[in-house]
Design a protein around this ligand. Structure first.
Ligand SMILES: *Cc1c(COP(=O)(O)O)cnc(C)c1O
Length: 417
């Protein structure tokens, strides 16, 4: 069937994400979504194994979120957030403060994950400046990914990551191995001894490094980072943009380690995949570092669309669903099924590793020679699974039906065999 006219006419004017525009296959025309399904213009539907970049944790078009957004749309789609406040943002901030561990009580809203990371980095640097200390460096980890904006790129993996071409022109920070075994723990400790006084913060994706390859680590690693940050008086930033809101099995990945960072970043599933919204949440110590009689000590930041009321209404509705529906139990059930149904992949040729944590299932291959062809085969199998690097992963909506989840795991097994 021919592509719809809107695609033929508009595509020449679209610059697509992470795509070589000379050779990128045309994107699939989507006409609607529902539950765990993406409906294409030609009438086919795909079972979504990605939850749209990990956002749609309640599935698409959840009626409860739709109604909340529709009600807010009638009253006030947007209003500026300087000098004015509104109920959806105030309620959301108070709820996030209760949900997050420790005294992460001070919520700064923005509109995308990368911007939330930029704000976290800026907060950390200025926190020390406000105390008269110039600390210019961050410590980040190999395999990490924190976004696509300039600051976020500087703390993402400069070699293995997708931004390596830009590494030569970016400011350099310290990229270390996660302290996960004897030698990396020792190296990390030496690094901290040497660099702590120049470090504004350590930044880490807790439990799962997502876009860097879906690499897992144990809660123990997070506890040791918290401990090192305390001993050396460096701030700890947890980037929970991927892991937040249940994805790894607990509401936040930091919960599994029983730690609270000084600053946390949230986005992706914050609105249940409905609208763009992000938050950078600081603990009392960081927040108090900006309270001063000196006007210059203030955080000079204010995205135009910060705390957008529609997005905040969607986020509040999403939190209601976490309260009223058994999301974390669903994640535990998905984890058990993924473990069982992806395990047979271990025996297949070319499979390097199979791992599962929460509602994240990963089949890592030795090598993916033709990623476009592999992606096409998944679409032909009726599923939306989008491998990157050497990694095939599933991060389905938590509400996915068992037969739909079986379609996803079955497609991986079949396409790989
Ligand atoms: C996706 C992601 C980001 C960037 O978020 P955007 O909304 O795409 O800017 C940052 N950190 C992590 C851990 C992410 O997964």
């Amino acid at each position: 069937m021919a592509d719809p006219r809107w695609l033929d006419e508009g595509l020449p004017h679209l610059w697509l994400p992470y795509a070589q525009m000379k050779s990128a296959p045309a994107p699939l025309p989507v006409v609607r979504t529902e539950g765990s399904r993406i409906f294409l213009a030609d009438g086919r539907s795909l079972v979504d194994g990605t939850a749209s970049w990990w956002t749609a944790c309640h599935g698409y078009n959840h009626p409860y979120i739709r109604e909340a957004v529709a009600r807010q749309l009638e009253r006030m789609p947007h209003v500026m957030f300087a000098g004015l406040a509104h109920e959806p943002a105030a309620t959301l901030a108070a709820r996030l403060a209760v949900l997050l561990p420790g005294d992460l009580d001070h919520v700064f809203f923005s509109d995308s994950g990368s911007v939330a990371v930029e704000i976290a980095l800026k907060m950390a640097v200025q926190f020390w400046l406000n105390r008269g200390e110039t600390r210019t460096k961050f410590l980040a980890f190999r395999g990490g990914y924190h976004g696509d904006t300039l600051g976020a790129m500087t703390v993402s993996d400069p070699e293995g990551g997708m931004h390596h071409r830009l590494a030569p022109v970016l400011p350099h920070h310290i990229i270390a191995d996660l302290p996960r075994d004897e030698s990396s723990v020792a190296a990390f400790e030496r690094l901290m001894e040497r660099e702590a006084s120049s470090l504004a913060a350590i930044i880490v994706e807790p439990l799962v490094q997502g876009a860097g390859g879906m690499i897992f680590h144990e809660p123990e690693v997070l506890r040791s980072l918290r401990d090192a940050a305390d001993r050396h008086d460096v701030l700890l930033i947890a980037d929970e943009i991927f892991t937040g809101f249940g994805r790894t099995g607990t509401m936040f990945a930091c919960n599994a380690a029983g730690i609270a960072p000084d600053i946390v970043t949230l986005s992706k599933a914050l609105t249940g995949g409905t609208l763009a919204l992000a938050a950078t949440v600081a603990n009392r110590r960081v927040f108090d570092g900006f309270r001063s009689d000196d006007a210059e000590a203030a955080l000079m930041h204010g995205p135009t669309f910060m705390a957008n009321p529609l997005a905040c209404a969607a986020a509040n509705a999403s939190l209601d669903l976490f309260d009223n529906e058994p999301r974390l139990a669903q994640v535990a059930a998905i984890e058990a099924i993924l473990k069982r149904d992806l395990a047979p992949c271990r025996a297949l040729n070319g499979v390097a590793d199979v791992r599962v944590k929460g509602a994240i299932g990963v089949v890592e291959l030795d090598n993916i020679a033709d990623i476009a062809a592999l992606r096409r085969r998944f679409v032909d199998a009726g599923v939306w699974i989008r491998p990157f690097g050497n990694t095939i992963y599933l991060t389905p909506p938590f509400t996915i039906a068992e037969d739909e989840l079986a379609m996803l795991t079955g497609a991986i097994r079949r396409v790989l065999s």
